[in-house]
Design a protein around this ligand. Sequence first.
Ligand SMILES: [Zn+2]
Length: 439
Amino acid sequence: MELQPIFSPPSSVGNACFRMRHQICMSMNHHMCKSDARNRVFLRLQSEYSFKISRGSIYCSNFSENNPTTPSISETTDAKVIYSVAPAMGHNKESHPECNSRVPAIMDALEKVELTSKFRGSEVIELQSLRPASVDDIASVHAKAYVSGLEKVMDQASEKGLIFIDGSGPTYATPTTFQESLLAAGAGTSLVDSVVAASKVSHNPPVGFALIRPPGHHAVPKGPMGFCVFGNVAIAARYAQRAHGLKRVFIIDFDVHHGNGTNDAFYDDPDIFFLSTHQDGSYPGTGKIDQVGRGAGEGATLNLPLPGGSGDIAMRTVFDEVIAPCAQRFKPDIILVSAGYDGHVLDPLASLQYTTGTYYMLASSIKQLAKDLCGGRCVFFLEGGYNLTSLSYSVADSFRAFLGEPSLAADFDDPAILYDEPSKMVKQAIQKIKHIHSL
Ligand SMILES: [Zn+2]
């Protein structure tokens, strides 16, 4: 399959994006790349960025000899969070919600509330010198023709500065997109290495968090989709199986949109359980409640569409009555999380009512689930989240959950903007999914 660039952006989600661009632009700061910077080599962008944000973190010289991206065992003994940063500064389109100010906004918030290694010493570790994913890693999920096709269209991206590679979203590419997408996927697999290594010497290994973009969960095996280039979480799932012999992978996707790409990659696979909660009727329209997997994989996909307006109460019930029992029955070897923060009540792209406190609860509960079920092996992957403030404070509160510290959500959340959740419809959806999956 040849990847065909699209040169006129269609609307759909794009319209919603553009409606909100004023709000997003107002939040953009000096991290924004100027257009001439697009032609810089991505590694240079990456290293400049890392230099700025990583004071106090671990450097290459401290890494174990076998794998240059994995901190040594002694370095992870006290760690409660280990994160990687791949902000894709060259992959950017002005006024697009999936822009290059997202990861820097998170890093700024983490610095501001003193949650980086500079303030936390060995409790919080940032991985350095990330290894880009190999083409074989990517091809464990995506068609090789797509991978080589994307590399080829980088020439056109260089010529034009920016091209569209998929109509939905739309999904754009710049001259650095291919390399930066490899780096994003590699930042995820590197964390899998670190968390697995730490779990061999500790019952309480650090939770991994890949602060990466472009996001991945809409990218289908044959190509890009919905702002996503490579399926970062899906690639990490295959990598965990292949590189570490972790056969059973449980993927939780709490992004407001259905993770259709991950869904499709493992639809007939009984060893990778994909569980997605998402807003009913939102992009891309897949993830109906009766989509449960196929063939040998039947029952290993769970899709729970939630009515618009669902919020903290709904998600707490879903966690207790659906996510936890489902994971307990599956008995995973590792839990991977598509962590989208666009279900936040302040997010411009959807209409759920999650709060910063909801994300704290999810982070804390999923960490505990991993501790109970799979030696604490758990890695979060950044997906959506387009209000830079709610995104960054929700990620920060997720870090607090991993550290076992109290939530500071009350300082950020404003209960006055919330309205009644559609509790009757939520209850019906939960009853139905429990019946379908015999929970
Ligand atoms: Zn999303």
